[in-house]
Design a protein around this ligand. Sequence first.
Ligand SMILES: N[C@@H](CCC(=O)N[C@@H](CS)C(=O)NCC(=O)O)C(=O)O
Length: 285
Amino acid sequence: MTTIPSEQVKTKEILDWKGLHLLNFRTSSCSQKLRIYLNLKKISWTSHSVNLAAGKNYTEWFLGINPKGLIPVLVDDGHVEIESNDILMYLEKKYPQNPLVDESEIENMNNLLKDEDDLHEDIRNIAYRYMFGGLGKKSSKGLEVFKNYKSSNSELDTLKMKEVSFYETYGEEGITNESVKLSLVRFCERYNKFEGHLTNQKYLMGDKLSMLDLAWFIYSYRLYISGFPFHKLYPHVLTWFEDLYSRNEFYKEVNDPLILKIIRQYAKISTALSGKSIKALMPKQ
Ligand SMILES: N[C@@H](CCC(=O)N[C@@H](CS)C(=O)NCC(=O)O)C(=O)O
């Protein structure tokens, strides 16, 4: 996990913001995870939209906050956090009422959330192919600005190269079948485990809702609308997912704008016709 000390933030004005602020975007999965958390905890906060589709995360203003060019970012009275799972843990400490992680489970939760974060590129592979239908490529000018930006933190400048490389490859080759297949293998490994847990408990960590449910709800939503065969392979996971999806705190954050729903229908039909649907690329069980 990476952090940025306030003195390295170049966009100084945000350090004067009062109260809790979240830089986020409607369709960003990590932003959705945090907004669900804030809904459940009934915490009031101020939203700042960073339009990823318009490349606003590559502006000097935003890179001066998070040189990795990623949202969400939390700003709390001058304290800045740039990783969604760190933000969850930070908020949980600050707002301990109705806990979503038990004291005794903090270390375990950190490890489980790290595992979830490690699959971020995998959920991106799924989303870019099946939800956005190959759209969302970065302009070469935007990528150049991002690549050449120098922050006050060389570790973050190095880490951002992973983002640059993902978007350069995506621009050249799109998402390949090989990448999708590998991502599906990783998801199946996790869901095989979850299916076992959910056979005799209501939530991923027992009978109480936890942060892990929020984190995996977001991934599961993306997989669900992309045609991942939960009903056939993971019926208990599907019941767990549908229960959360029916709750307004969850549903209202993932409900996509109409244009995305149309794009996804197009992606569904074209991938099915070309033998590239999720079902066609699933590992043999
Ligand atoms: N590990 C980071 C991942 C953040 C991330 O990848 N955010 C995506 C949105 S969900 C983003 O900002 N992407 C930039 C882009 O699409 O250009 C976290 O958990 O906060």
